[in-house]
Write a protein that binds this ligand. Structure first.
Ligand code: F6R
Length: 369
């Protein structure tokens, strides 16, 4: 049932082209018009939405943070992302024009379920992005968009994360479509780019030998930092989480721009730092800013491990190790850049002799608050 792999986690990492492909499947017609029939909420109701509040925990919350960049850009709607367990205990501002998007692989996470119930009481509409058919959160929601990643057995989430980003992007494009924020042609172009993602994930998987070797070499490392900017920021957080969970190594993710506001003090000779570099083809100066962050940490002795887009030669000079992912529009990059970080954590934990499917102290679905 592990499909020839040593662990479910490895299998699930390798299932990701299909997880993303299946989540896209059957959700648009030949003209690129999205048809989210299963959604159970009317276009009229969605047109009245003036704010989106994403509620989730852990990896699912990082998927929400990635989606925030895309949905705000495409729909010009404010998107807040909040950890479910924090949301309920402040005095959150939600009403009948708020669309709450609850993201949960299991659909049973108690913190998220309680947050959903609370938001519902305040009159918010609830849309669940979920990987488990008929689970509690989608049953209590007004609307549901299933991720079609297939069952995720390993405790640490991998393929569900990429499927959640994909589903949240479909939702964003659907909202843009019915609210008239984007021309149909642009939506069609983005869908065409998304359709190419599964093949590109496969390329990343096929070229993972180098990252595996590095993981083996680094198995005695005591601490690893992860930096990213824009959509690369939640990717960095996710990379750090995977390493903590699986390899029990102290790991932290930071927004690259935040370095000089404190975390750079951590950099000393030999400190490994992963940097998720944005595409050099992006319109703004993000790429240059991240390259200068790499120079800063490198000058202080960091061992820089860079995830960059194919053809990005500018970063080479500052990278001790560099892993390339195929070209893709900036907003879609997390679907590629996350993969080497998952492989790194899985490989390193395996090299340490840990059970990557059942990390200590963790449960697959957290049904207590
Ligand atoms: C991390 C991980 C957890 C879950 C979190 C939410 O690898 O698996 O952080 O993402 O417990 O679970 P769901 O998505 O089932 O609500």
């Amino acid at each position: 049932e592990k499909g020839g792999y040593d662990s479910f986690m490895e299998k699930e990492i390798n299932d990701q082209p299909q997880a993303v492909g299946d989540t896209l499947l059957g959700r648009s017609d030949v003209d690129g018009r999205l048809t989210l029939d299963e959604l159970r909420v009317s276009p009229e109701e969605l047109r009245n939405v003036n704010k989106i509040m994403v509620l989730a925990c852990g990896t699912s919350a990082y998927a929400g943070q990635v989606a925030k960049y895309a949905i705000e850009h495409w729909c010009r709607l404010p998107v807040e992302v909040e950890l479910s367990h924090e949301f309920r205990y402040r005095d959150p501002i939600v009403d009948s024009n708020t669309l709450v998007v609850a993201i949960s692989q299991s659909g049973e996470t108690m913190d998220t379920l309680m947050a959903v119930r609370y938001a519902k009481e305040q009159g918010a509409k609830i849309l669940a992005i979920c990987n488990t058919n008929g689970s509690t959160i989608p049953r209590e929601a007004d609307a549901v968009l299933y991720t079609h990643a297939g069952p995720e057995i390993a405790v640490a989430s991998t393929k569900a994360f990429l499927a959640q980003i994909t589903a949240a992007y479909l939702l964003g494009l659907y909202l843009a479509q019915i609210r008239g924020n984007k021309f149909q042609g642009e939506i069609k172009d983005i869908l065409a780019d998304l359709a190419k993602v599964p093949g590109k994930i496969q390329q990343v998987l096929d070229n993972s030998g180098q990252i595996r070797e590095l993981a083996q070499l680094m198995k005695d490392t005591g601490s690893v930092l992860f930096l990213g900017r824009h959509v690369g920021f939640p990717v960095a957080m996710e990379g750090a989480l995977k390493l903590k969970e699986l390899a029990y190594i102290h790991a932290e993710g930071f927004a690259a721009g935040e370095l000089k506001h404190g975390p750079i003090a951590l950099i000393e000779e030999g400190q490994p730092v992963f940097v998720v570099v944005p595409s050099p083809r992006g319109r703004d100066s993000l790429h240059a800013k991240v390259v200068s962050n790499i120079q800063e940490i490198r000058a202080r002795g960091a061992k820089t491990i860079v995830i960059a887009e194919e053809g990005d030669d500018a970063v080479k000079a500052y990278a001790e190790h560099i892993f390339y992912v195929p070209e893709t529009p900036t907003l879609l990059a997390p679907l590629l850049t996350t993969v080497p970080l998952q492989i790194f954590a899985c490989e390193l934990a395996t090299a340490k002799g840990f059970d990557v499917d059942q990390p200590r102290n963790l449960a697959k679905s957290v049904t207590v608050e």
